[in-house]
Ligand binder design. Structure first.
Ligand code: SAM
Length: 257
């Protein structure tokens, strides 16, 4: 991983895991992480979460409840990476559904393209930044983002972009690691994630530093209520959240009305 510059005190800072970095360098560091982990990403997700991420993604799809009919239904899966969420939504939805995965990492989407061969016409991959989406306004019936939000430098800009590209009546769902709300589970979870995950990353992906970043970035993410307010501030309505596994992860749901 590249050296992290000490931030210039005059300039606004972002956080790269626990390290403060200048805003303009954060995205480059995040991109390095995902370029490195792309090939082992799906395996590591299973190993790190003991398969829980699959259940959480299934919860997201159930809450989204895409139409089973042939009515046209356009999903945008931002930070969609290797395609886990978009592929699940297409499986659950009817023939009218199509999905676009928009991710900043060519390496992650390359792995996704190989996995998605059978989806042909229904799935497209577009390289782009969540903070400045390359789509016209009011384009999509649903916007999903799973484990992507905490990697962004400007979350408010990404939420504003989500609002812009969604059709009125559209649904927003964000799945992200969150704040554990069960006593003792938080201590156990901290011990596991700070010790075991970087070691696992070193063994399986040959890269413990990237996995240390992933764990640290989880702790920097706003808690459930703070993130609810951020979504409301972007103009969304009926914002709700559900904790998963005691708050290790949470799904936030909102509507663009
Ligand atoms: C932890 S992965 C999540 C992938 C997938 N959504 C999943 O749940 O398996 C985070 C993804 O966010 C992407 N990402 C990071 N910064 C981004 C940005 N500014 N715009 C779009 N995607 C971004 C990364 O390239 C990576 O694919």
């Amino acid at each position: 991983m590249a050296d992290i510059d000490s931030p210039d005190t005059e300039k606004p800072t972002a956080s790269f895991g626990f390290a403060p970095v200048r805003e303009e360098v954060k995205q480059g560091l995040v991109n390095e992480v995902f370029a490195k982990v792309a090939r082992s990403y799906d395996l590591m997700n299973d190993l790190m979460s003991g398969g829980l991420h699959r259940l959480w993604k299934n919860d997201l799809v159930s809450w989204l409840a895409p139409p089973k009919s042939a009515v046209p239904y356009a999903l945008l899966d931002v930070a969609g990476g290797t395609g886990d969420v978009a592929l699940r939504v297409l499986q659950a939805a009817g023939q009218g559904a199509s999905a676009v995965i928009c991710d900043i990492s060519a390496e992650m989407m390359e792995v996704g393209r190989a996995r998605a061969e059978n989806e042909g016409q229904r799935l497209a991959f577009v390289r782009g930044n969540a903070e400045a989406l390359p789509f016209a306004r009011a384009n999509f019936d649903a916007y999903t983002i799973a484990f992507g939000m905490r990697n962004l430098t400007y979350m408010e800009a990404a939420l504003a972009e989500a609002f812009r590209v969604m059709k009125p009546g559209g649904r927003f769902l964000c799945l992200e690691f969150s704040s554990v709300e069960v006593p003792l589970l938080d201590t156990l979870y901290d011990a596991y994630s700070f010790n075991a995950i970087p070691v696992l990353g070193g063994l399986v992906a040959g890269d413990s530093a990237s996995y240390r970043y992933l764990v640290e970035s989880i702790r920097r993410f706003p808690d459930q209520k703070t993130f609810t307010r951020m979504i409301e501030n972007a103009g969304f309505e009926r914002v709700r959240y559900r904790n998963l596994t005691g708050g290790i992860a949470a799904i936030h749901s909102a509507w663009r009305l």
